[in-house]
Design a protein around this ligand. Sequence first.
Ligand code: FES
Ligand SMILES: [Fe+2]
Length: 450
Amino acid sequence: MNKDDLITKDFRGYKQARLPSIDEIISRVEPETPCGEYLRRYWHPVALSSEISQVPKEIRILGEDLVIFKTKENKIGLVHKNCPHRRASLVYGKIEKNGIRCCYHGWLFSPNGEILETPGEDPDSKSAAKLRKTFKLGAYPVKEFNGLVFSYMGPMKKIPEFPHYDAFDIPEITRRPYRIDYKCNWIQVLDAIMDPVHTSFLHGQSSGIQFSKGFAEIGELEFFERGIQYLGCNTRRVDDYVWVRVNELILPNFTQAGSAFAADGTKTRYFGRSSFTRWVVPVDDNNSIALAWGNFGERGDPIEFNTKEGCERIEAGEIMDRTWEEKQETPGDAEAVEGMGSISAHKGEHLMPTDYGVMVYRRRIRKLVKSLGEGKEPPQPQQKKGDIVRTNGQDTVLRAPKRNIDDRKFIKSIGSAVMKMQFEAEKMPIKDRDNHIINKLSNMEKNGAF
Ligand code: FES
Ligand SMILES: [Fe+2]
């Protein structure tokens, strides 16, 4: 057998033609699935405030068809789509002072699902009176906050506090609510946040420079697992500067990163905060939405990006409404993650050391899902009532020219020192914490104390 024959024998298409399987446990989110149950232990954003009015709107979250509306008294209702009488869709319902009235036979429902009226039935009907008293349309509690509407879709006796993140109160940040729809499973959208290396390729090389030139540098990575907080710290050298960029995931789906445009590794920045504060919410097994605020100002992204298109570029590197040719020429995150298929076949992956973050957070979700199945409730981001959840997504750029030592080790040690500083300041009151970190970083740079 000559060499050419051997090469011919090593084509592997046929052997690998079958599509590998998906990760059923973390991909399935519909009601009564293990992960669906896990996700139903947390508050999630479900819509933008601007999408909600006295015209009912149909939405789908965690595989449930829902209708969201605002009564004439300005109360938001989030209810199951189908009327419990004969299943007409409440998206055709009419909004009244205190609820939504089904178009078909006029039953009236309050935002919490109570059946207020069954007008077609005899006023003396015992069965109608009994139903009104004993049955309710499925409904969920909502909380409107800073232009996003959140809901808790789990068992009421397990409802947690609505968590308060430090990112809600960073002074001088202008927040713009946005949503981006993805035609794929939530995990592959979430993965990108624990995959800091993709920024060097997708956002810095494959599609040209989507954010800044410095992104194309390949950094030194360090991952941190802290309770249910996962941090991916990517430290790059850009000429005489060292740029520490921290991506963040708080389980199950809260994400932050550094900035998209404010830091480029060429000028000093101390503890700049994330360009977005964002949740990746499953619509169903095959679709998801990022619901978020874009953060603009001195400590966020430049204010000129405070537009719909600016938020899209921050979220995915490119605007969303593009031709096929444009998408193929310069893919962004949407193309990268949707291209995996509606549910990525995880069994066909070959995870490498740079995928460590992806591996560990998925593993943890699997574990938490399993534990919940055994009766152990999953941890919440907020440990104690009234606590503010500390977040660490950020950019720091320090002037630290090369030294006569291994530069990869040198920059990695700077990344570690910056993270240590953040962790040590974590318990401080929020306002003091930020100033403390900023001062320490400035001193560290001034004194070359790396
Ligand atoms: S189907 Fe809604 S009132 Fe009859
Ligand atoms: Fe990305």
